[in-house]
Design a protein around this ligand. Structure first.
Ligand code: DAH
Length: 354
């Protein structure tokens, strides 16, 4: 029986050494040392040995059991450590590695353009104003030299508000501002000179097609002081052409008609692709077709507008301009947008280009 016990100890030793997993160890434990294991079976045989031998063999059996348990525990530790080091290797996180950037948005191309325009005008002393986008008829039309029922009003496809008429003299109905020119009146009413206003706001008109959205943006400039003349306007236009479109670009003015300016002009900027020639390699320029890009209106503030605001036209004069921001952004080289509506469709694939 002594030999059997020694053989069992050896067997356990070999099996434990060969064990590859924690499950193998559990099986070894059950097989040799468990309640129905081989050692227990042998201990039952002790009943048949002589009284002298019994304590010796009993002690030996106990030693075999302790050795077995010790070996299993040591191997279990070893396997656990191996397992952890495998995890440490395969599931390693290198905290010094650059992280994965979460998707990051940026300002809408309109906001970017508004900021750029503001910066350009601030450099020459203009300040940004904000006036209501829901305003009285007086500011949107009447004080701008467009009396009620005047046909010129038809050029602005205005949204009228379903709201009571003002009880103040002459203010009339409420409208969604169809242009930013209402700001001229608000600013002139303050009677603080010089006025170097840049008003940027949303405008609303009943129009939707590839070149119109019912909501769009304009920026309105107004410069009023003593002795302001057309050369000042020309200087500001050329300055803007160079700042916004790039050096080498110039502006030109063509006669036009607006009720609130006299004289009035259409303002064009030289095309950067054909350099105002209208031709690229003998072919018609695809961008402008005629050498110039039309932006919008300008002119010298009409004396009637000054008078409507209580400003003496003999003392003060000034110029104004009002242009669409969407149009301006689309005129910038490289911005190949052929349908203005896409600016407001919130398609990230489009917006992220800017
Ligand atoms: N308000 C005009 C429009 O929306 C544009 C305009 C023309 C503004 C001439 C001006 C100006 O200040 O002087 O069509």
């Amino acid at each position: 029986m002594k030999d059997q016990l020694e053989a069992l100890r050896l067997q356990i030793q070999q099996d434990v050494k060969a064990a590859k997993t924690l499950e193998d160890l559990d099986q070894i434990d059950v097989k040799y040392l468990g309640r129905k294991g081989e050692l227990t079976a042998m201990l039952k045989g002790l009943a048949n040995v002589s009284a002298e031998e019994r304590p010796v063999l009993g002690q030996l059996a106990n030693q075999v059991k302790q050795t077995g348990l010790g070996l299993i525990a040591a191997r279990r530790d070893e396997l656990n450590r191996e397992k952890i080091s495998v995890i440490a290797e395969t599931e390693r996180v290198d905290v010094t590695e650059p992280g994965i950037r979460p998707p990051e948005g940026h300002l809408h191309v309109m906001t970017q353009t508004i900021r750029e325009i503001t910066g350009i005008f601030e450099k020459i002393g203009f300040y940004r104003t904000r006036y209501p986008e829901v305003d009285w008829d007086w500011y949107a039309f009447e004080a701008l030299n467009m009396p009620p029922e005047h046909p010129a009003r038809d050029d602005w496809e205005t949204f009228f508000m379903d709201a009571p008429v003002s009880d103040k003299k002459k203010q009339g109905k409420m409208v969604l501002t169809p242009h930013t020119s209402n700001a001229q009146i608000h600013e002139l009413e303050r009677h603080e000179f010089p006025i170097r206003m840049l008003n940027i706001a949303k405008c609303y008109r009943r129009q939707v097609d590839a070149t119109h959205t019912p909501m769009f943006h304009q920026f309105e400039g107004l410069y009023v002081d003593k002795d302001v003349n057309i050369t000042h306007l020309r200087g500001v236009l050329d300055y803007f052409a160079k700042e916004f479109f790039g050096p080498g670009r110039v502006s030109r003015i063509r006669p036009h008609h607006f009720r609130f300016t006299e004289p009035s002009f259409e303002v064009d900027f030289s095309c950067g692709v054909c350099n105002a020639t209208g031709k690229v390699n003998g072919q018609k320029c695809k961008v402008c077709k005629r050498g110039w890009l039309e932006l919008g209106g300008a002119g010298m503030v009409h004396p009637n507008v000054l008078k409507a605001c209580g400003v003496d036209p003999k003392k003060y004069s000034g110029f104004a301009f009002g242009w669409g921001i969407e149009r301006l952004a689309m005129m910038k080289e490289g911005t190949q947008v052929d349908d203005i509506r896409i600016l407001y469709q919130n398609d990230v694939r489009f917006l992220k280009q800017f």
